[in-house]
Design a protein around this ligand. Sequence first.
Ligand code: IVH
Length: 674
Amino acid sequence: MSAAPAIVARVNRLRASLEEHNYNYYVLDRPEIPDAEYDRMFRELQDIEREYPRLVTPASPTQRVGAAPASGFAQVTHRTPMLSLNNAFEDDEVFAFDRRVCEALGRAAVDYAAEPKFDGLAVSLTYERGVLVTGATRGDGASGEDVTANLRTVHAIPLRLRTQEAPEVIDVRGEVVMTKANFERLNARQREQGERLFANPRNAAAGSLRQLDPRITATRGLSFFAYGIGGTTGHPLATHAELMDWLAELGFSVTHERQVVQGVDGMLDYFRRMTEKRARLPFDIDGVVYKVNELAAHNTLGFVSRAPRFAIAHKFAAEEALTVVEDIAVQVGRTGALTPVACLKPVFVGGVTVTHATLHNEDEVVRKDIRIGDTVVVRRAGDVIPEVVRSLPELRPAHAHSFALPQHCPVCGSDVRKLEDEAIARCVAGLYCPAQRKQALRHFASRHALDIEGLGDKTVELLVERELVRTPADLYQLKAADLAQLEGLAEKSAGNLVAAIEKSKHTTFERFIYALGIRNVGEATARDLARYFGSMERLQAADVEALQEVPDVGPVVAQSIAGFFGEPHNRDVIAQLTAAGVRFAEAAAGRPRATSAVYGKTFVLTGALPHLTRDEAQQRLRDRGAKVTGSVSKKTDFVVAGADPGSKHDKARELGITILDEAGLLKLLEGGGT
Ligand code: IVH
C-alpha cells in the first residue's frame, strides 16, 4: 500500500519532533515536553510505520532498537586509524610536552584545548550525507567491531545530524560512558537478579556495548561524548575549540568542562581544577587531555608511532591498588555502630598512602568474602574515604581466616545488637560507652553544631578518659584550671577553650537539635524540625505521628526522634544544658513566614563569593525560608555565582535561570519585606 501525501507529511513531522525532543532530553538535558507526550508521538509513529512499512527509514526514531540479536560482530576497518594518546603522570612530563610543541612550532607559547579524559570506550561513528551508517569500537586502532545496532540505542548519538549541509561522509570520534548513577542502578538490578556485578562504570559500559542483543544495550542508559573526528571535515574550522562547537551544533553531546588554556600554567591549573571537581562529575574520568588548539599545527606536529604529537593525556594518580589485609579491627561510632575496618599493608593509592579502609558492615565483609590475609583491591577516589572493593580469592594464602563481629563492644564490653532489618550492629550502651561518648562530644562541638573552637579530638579523648566530662552538659562546668591539667593544653589555650565553651551558649534552635546527635537527624532535618516546632517543649512533646507531619520526615526518622526524647537520660542532658545557660531563640512554629522575597525559592550556590562564605550565604537564605540545593535543574529558581563558577553556571544559562552575583543576592535578601 502506498501512503497518501498527508500521511508522509505526518510521519515527517512526527520524526522531526521526536528527534528534537530526543536531543533536548539526552544531549541538552533540558526536556521541553512531558514524557507521556513523547511516548504518545512515538506510538503514533510506530503505528503508522507498522501500517506502511515502506515508510520506515534507518534514521527513524523508532529504529533505535529493532535489530535482532546478532551472533557476533563484524569487523570494520577505520577509514582513519583510531590512535592512542601518550600519557603524562607528573607535571614535568607536561612541561616536556609543551617544550616539544613550542620548539616544533617555533613559538614561545601555545594555546591548548583542555578537556576531561573520559573513562569509557572509544567509538567511531560514520555519517554518510548526515545519516548514521556505521558505529564501531576502537579495536586495535586499525579495525574494530561493528556495534552499530547497539550504538543506535544510545539516545545521545544522533541518528541524523542536525544540519542541512552535512558533509558527504564524516567519522565522529568519542567515548561511550555510563554515568555513576546508572552504574549504581545497573548493579543494584544485577544484584537483585543474582547476576554478575560490574567492577566500575567503564566495564559496565563496555559490557553493555558488546551485547549481542541491542535490546539489552537499550536498557543500560549509556551516554556518549564526542571529542574529535577522523580525517578532515570539509568545513572551515581553525581550532579544536571550534570543532567541538561545531560537533555540538551537529547534535552531539560535547563536554561542558572543555576550556582553552594558555601554556603549561594553564594546563596545570586546569588539571588541578578537574582533580578537585572529579568526584562531583556525573561520570568517571581518569585524567584530562590537552590538545594543541590550532588545527593547522596538528599537521605540522604529526605523529610518533601510534600517538599524535599534538596531544597528551595527563592522568590522575591511580585510584585502585592491590594490597594485603593484615587484620580487621572494629570501630565504634557515635551511634554505637560497629564498623569493621581493614588494617592494610601500607599502599600508595589516589595520591596518598593508605593504611586503613572501611569495610562498612559485617554483611559487606561476608558478601565480598574478605578474609584476614587476603589480597584485596583498595580504592580511594578523590577525597572519599578509602574502601576495600573486592578480594582476590585466587591469591588467598592457606592461613587466611574469616572475620566475625564481636558479641561485645570492644570498647565498653556491653552487648552488641543487630536489628533484624538493619545491616548495622550496635553497642547498646549509648552514652555510657566511652567510644560513643567521645564521638557524641566531638559532634556536639563540631562546626555546624555548637561550634566550640579548640575542642579537638585529643582534648575530647582526655576529657572522657579522665572522667571530667560524661555528657555535653558537663562541658559547661569545666574550669580553666581543670583543663590546664590536661597534657598538651597550655594555660592560654585552656582559657581560650573555656571562653569558646562560654560563647557556644548562644546558639540557634536548629544547631542545638543537630548537636544532640539524634540518629538520622542531619542538618537539614534539624532545620526542618526547628522551623516546624519552634520550641524544644513542642518538639519533645511530639509523637511519631506529629513528627511525620514535618515535610521530609518519614517513619524511620520520626521513630528515632521520638525514641531519643523518650529516653529520660537524654531529657536530663537537655535540661542540664538549659540549666547551664545554653540559649537559643525559640520562635512561633511555622516561621519564617512567606514575607521574604526568597521564601520558598530554590537556590544553587557556585563559585567563591567575595564576602560571604558558602555557609553564611546558605544560612541567610535558609533563615528566610529558601531551599539551597547542590545541583541545577528546572526546579532551580536562582543560581548565585561567585568566582570560577564552573558547569553549574553554564547549566543555569542553558536553562535560562536567573544568575545572581553576591550583590544581587544581598539585595534580594534585604528586599521583599520581613
Ligand atoms: S582524543 C588522536 N580526547 O583516550 C587521539 N581521547 O589514550 C584521539 N579518551 O582511545 C583521542 N577522553 O578512548 C581524546 N577527551 C578525549 C578523550 C579521549 C577519553 C580516550 C580515547 C582514546 C584514549 C587515548
